[in-house]
Structure formats: structure tokens, C-alpha cells
Design a protein. Structure first.
Length: 288
């Protein structure tokens, strides 16, 4: 499949889902407006990078020159006041190339730095071939992306085949967007697989054999309430051993979901997990 066709599918689906969620999740509207505005810049960055095929060693410089200016313009136009002011300050004190390079290296960064690096670098990494991604370094174990070595952003369950009760589980990379298979009921941060140490929180409660509870502050999980749930297809998967969590999207429950968009807009679930004392494996583009 050509890069153009791939881009059409990726970006059309993301725009569609942004519009759908914006219409029914008012609490995330400002966030979705900014993300929706970024999609045009990111789609162009994807197509340009697929054509240019920058080397792994040149990625930070390429992204800083080609992609960052567009991301900055959109953010200053559509971003919240605090993000705009912090972004202006950072660009006055440090070159974007260093900010992007630190994200590539997996270093801890302030929210505004992470935002700028991810919004700019993400679509470029999505467009590159596996050999270029592998040359960028990163961890190499089942809990990290097999192509770029990045950490997981989210988990999702695919639509099952007819002879399976549940679809396979995948993790999706926070850096390049690649998805890879990962065992169910296994922590994506530390590998814990004891069901007594793993908790699930959702509006609909837990399945048989799972440990966890119904998310408070949102409609409960009886059949009459199912139609009123905000996130019937998303749950919090948390680990008592490392106190980390991520959000998991069930595509069988909502086939229209686009995991990266749905995870971004599930702010109340992130806040609930934090209230329980868990920290996210990887904060998303908007810092949740």
C-alpha cells in the first residue's frame, strides 16, 4: 500500500473520531479541538516524511526544521492559554532540536517539551520504515515496541474471530504508533501476571475472574445503565506491584473507536486512576 493511501486511512479515521467524540464528550472539547487542528499538520508531516525518508541520526534536525513550525503555529492558534505561554517561553530558551532529541532518547521531560516533541515527531515515526525505526535505539523486550523500542501508550482488544470469546490484546507504541501482541492480564509496565496484583476499573465493573471495581462518579454497570455510560468500551488496567496503569479500548464493544483518539479523550478515567494512586505508564500527547 502506498504512503498516500495509508495516510488517507489513518488521518480520515482520526478526524472522524475527533468529530464524533467532540459532539458527545463536552469535557474534552478543548483538547479535541487542539488535536483536531493538529491533524492537518501531522498528516502533511507523515506524507512528507514517507517521501523524504530521513535517516535515524537526522530525525531531530529534520523534525525541528520541517514539522515543528507548523505544530507551533497550530498550538498558538488553538491551544489553551497556559500551553501557548509555556511553549513561547521554551522556544525562547531552547532550540526545538534538543527538545525532540530528548524525546527520541526517552528522557524525562516537562509537559510542554513532551507535547512539542510528540506532536512533531509522532507522524514522522509513523511514516518511517522499520529499519529506520530500529536504528533509533530504545528498549527491546516484550513490553516495548518491537520496531522503535518505545513504551506503550495504551492497550486495545481487537474484534475477535468467530471461534474466540475475546479478541487478542495489543499494546500501541507511544512514539511510532506500531501495535504488537501482548498477553491478557499481564502488566504492560513490569510484567506482573498474578491476577491478585492486577486491577480493572470501568463503568461496567469487572468480568468473571478479574479484580477491580466500578469507576465512581460515572453511571454504574447494570444493563439499564449501559446506554448511559460514557466509556463502555474503555477500562483502566492497573498493577498493584508497580502502581502503574494504562487505558484499554475494546474494539468489539465499539468498532468505531480509534484507540489513540479515544484514549486521549478519556480524561475522567485518567483522573480516577490517579485518585487511586496509580501513575500512567506513558502520559498521552495532552499530558493525561
Amino acid at each position: 500500500m502506498s504512503a498516500t493511501l495509508t495516510a488517507d486511512r489513518l488521518w480520515t479515521d482520526r478526524r472522524r473520531r475527533v468529530a464524533e467524540l467532540r459532539g458527545r464528550q463536552g469535557f474534552a472539547r478543548q483538547l479535541l479541538d487542539l488535536y483536531g487542528a493538529l491533524l492537518g499538520v501531522q498528516e502533511k508531516a507523515f506524507v512528507d516524511a514517507a517521501a523524504a525518508s530521513p535517516d535515524a541520526g537526522d530525525l531531530a534536525a529534520y523534525v525541528a526544521e520541517v514539522v515543528v513550525p507548523g505544530v507551533v503555529d497550530v498550538t498558538l492558534f488553538a491551544g489553551p492559554d497556559r500551553l501557548r505561554s509555556e511553549l513561547i517561553h521554551r522556544l525562547e530558551t531552547e532550540h526545538p532540536r534538543q527538545i525532540v532529541a530528548r524525546w527520541i532518547a526517552g528522557e524525562d521531560q516537562a509537559l510542554v517539551d513532551r507535547y512539542l516533541a510528540r506532536a512533531s515527531l509522532g507522524p514522522v515515526l509513523e511514516a518511517l520504515d522499520p529499519r529506520t525505526l530500529a536504528a533509533g535505539g530504545g528498549e527491546h523486550d516484550p513490553r516495548h515496541c518491537p520496531e522503535c523500542g518505545g513504551p506503550p501508550q495504551l492497550s486495545f482488544s481487537a474484534v475477535p474471530a468467530e471461534d474466540l470469546a475475546t479478541g487478542p490484546r495489543f499494546l500501541e507504541c507511544a512514539r511510532c504508533g506500531v501495535a504488537w501482541g501482548y498477553p491478557r492480564m499481564t502488566c504492560a509496565a513490569c510484567g506482573e501476571d498474578s491476577s491478585a496484583r492486577l486491577s480493572v476499573f470501568s463503568e461496567l465493573g469487572t468480568a468473571s475472574g478479574e479484580r477491580g471495581s466500578v469507576v465512581r462518579g460515572l453511571p454504574a454497570g447494570d444493563s439499564a445503565a449501559r446506554q448511559r455510560t460514557v466509556f463502555p468500551h474503555i477500562r483502566i488496567e492497573a498493577c498493584e506491584s508497580c502502581r502503574r496503569y494504562l487505558l484499554s479500548i475494546d474494539l468489539a464493544t465499539d468498532p468505531a473507536a480509534v484507540p489513540v483518539v479515544d484514549e486521549l479523550a478519556a480524561i475522567p478515567l485518567d483522573l480516577y486512576a490517579r485518585e487511586q494512586g496509580f501513575s500512567k505508564i506513558t502520559p498521552n500527547l495532552m499530558g493525561f
